[in-house]
Design a protein around this ligand. Sequence first.
Ligand code: ZN
Ligand code: FE
Length: 762
Amino acid sequence: MRSARSIQIRGVVQGVGFRPFVYRLACARSLGGWIFNNHEGVEIFAEGMENDLDEFVQSLRVSPPPAAVIARMEVRPTEPQGLHAFVIRESDRQELPSARISPDLPVCDECLRELFDRSDRRYGYPYINCTNCGPRYSVVQRLPYDRQNTTMAAWALDPYCEEQYRDPGNRRFHAQPVACAGCGPGYYLSWPERPETDRGDNAIARAAQLLREGRIVAVKGLGGYHLACDAANETAVGQLRQRKFRKEKPFALMVPNLAIAEQLAHLNSASIELLASAARPIVLARSKVGFAGVAPENDDLGIMLPYTPLHHLLFAAGAPEVLVMTSANRSSEPIAYEDDEALQHLTGIADAFLVGERPIARRIEDSIARQGVLGPVILRRARGYAPGAVAVFPVDQPVLALGADLKNTITLVVGGQAFGSQHIGDLEHYQSFHAFEQTIDDLLAMYELKPDRLVITHDAHPEYRSTIFAQGIAAAQRLPVQHHRAHVASVLAERGEWERRVIGVSLDGTGYGDDGAIWGCEFFAGSLCGGFERVAHLLPACLPGGDSAARFPVQAAAGFLAGLGDLPDFWAAPFHFPARFADAAQLVRKNVRTFPTTSAGRLFDTAAALLGFTRQTSFEGQPAIWLEHLARRAEKAEPYAFPFAADILDFRPALRAMIRDRLQGRAISQIARAFQCGLAHGVSRACVDLADRYRADTVVFSGGVFQNEMLLTDLKLVMFGSGLQLWTNHVVPPNDGGISLGQAAVAATKFVGGDASQAISG
Ligand code: ZN
Ligand code: FE
């Protein structure tokens, strides 16, 4: 007796070898039927003997291909049709595509084996890939994911690749970017100093040699160009900093394998897991060795493993075993990804260009992650993660969230799933803003959504570029969401906690408050669906120069110290404040261009200035990172007082104590430690008090300041025994990279239960 099943699967099931996997499974059990990619994922019809069908379904559930993620699987019994062969049908292109495209994948072990096997046709071929590995999002131009819709469309398959591509039993069956040296793109080395161009193996060998000689080489990777040099060569690293106008921001490193990574940094098993995970992020960990100039005044190293075949070939060709691999750009611009753009922008920085001929469809930076005290922290969500689903939403209404202007990301909610874009960057850069528009177009095109069906949500800051952009879209509705509520909401959205009452704490740099002030140390009570009421905050200080103060710690200090009363001479030792401090203090006295603020980021700036960080910052958050690393060097220190009373967290006693200890010559690491620890105690007391009064058993932490690992560690320690659960971000970043998810969640709550009539108007 034959039976049949109709099976519908949703999730990451396209472009991850799912169809050939199902084909082989079906053939092994002599099932008849078919499979094809449809708008929701894959659809399968299978018929055969009852127990064969059961085993088939069971295998689908328990052992799908490594890169596949099954979000939902529906199995229905149906009538057999007398089919005895199993076939893979062409993609169905008729309906709305809501199936996801996979993020890019690192080269798999089987491909690696072939890459270094002299007898293999793809020996040494830098674009080797198969259905289990290789580029996806970085090459796809539109859905469905078929070769003609990728940047590989220009290369026709030769008979060898064609045969594998058509053979359902082969690992490269329908591997869209499949190629070999005979038919596909290659790499060449262009060397402005010299007329010749090296190709293929020679190009890679020459690039490795240049790196050994201390030269800087621009290397085209998966989502853009890197600038590479020998991390152990101080001169090369110094030159790279100078040419790139990157004064102090740490450089990421790439090493050939885990063994070397472990020689460089303290890696626990969770960090190793992150490092070797399919996303292959840059992982931050405490360094064991110092490389001059790689991460100045920073105890951490950012390390990643090779993820493209080219990286493996470079190391095999003798490249130094610790390479600086930093996004190719000038200063803080976004990563270069087009060949002309790279040549134009990087001439004068790179000595040579290792150029791959396969075009990159979109710019995707490396992701950055860390194994934190409360679990993994994604600091930048991009290559390997994007454009994955970050949360499940209980709504049908499509929502487009535009994020914040710094560390921008986009979130699109469609079909009950929230898809997070790659990290786009700071929208003040022309190229980032362009990428912002392109990513929105991309996402809307992939899901065939028209703006007039969308709810658009954006930051409440009236002058953000993203806000102004939102106002120009003819959307169904527009909804501004306050910055710090979005931070808190992002944590709850990740967890699908729509009703849970929490105390939400956002410690952050800058965000536009309900009252127009610059917020950044805010306590909320409430839930996603019920809304968040601001119930406490930092004692307001004033900030001369407003948002621009973020670049000058002494400018923030002028504001935060103004309310302290009796002040020492900050021009003299040990403070040595520069003239900018006096100018800023003048603004405060005259109350000119001075704004009220509760920003924790600016409080950290003030503390850093008191401890000696009086120069201009060269990247966002630098003073706080500097202070954290300083504090790590100290043994335990008695925490400074941060009293919490009348819903106000008062920073003044701590700053007074810092000044006193500084004047008495106490070690600055000790003072930094006492400040951080004091803040943790203050926040903890506030949380315990508020949780009791507002009847919540969970505290949510989000905002840029929670990238501070030591602060989280102190909080966990101090709050142990309070009975409160501590939640923070694990899927999207706690910094402004997580804002779009939070905005989407707040907007979506207006549609929970499907009643759109009570929806907000923009
Ligand atoms: Zn592979
Ligand atoms: Fe923020």
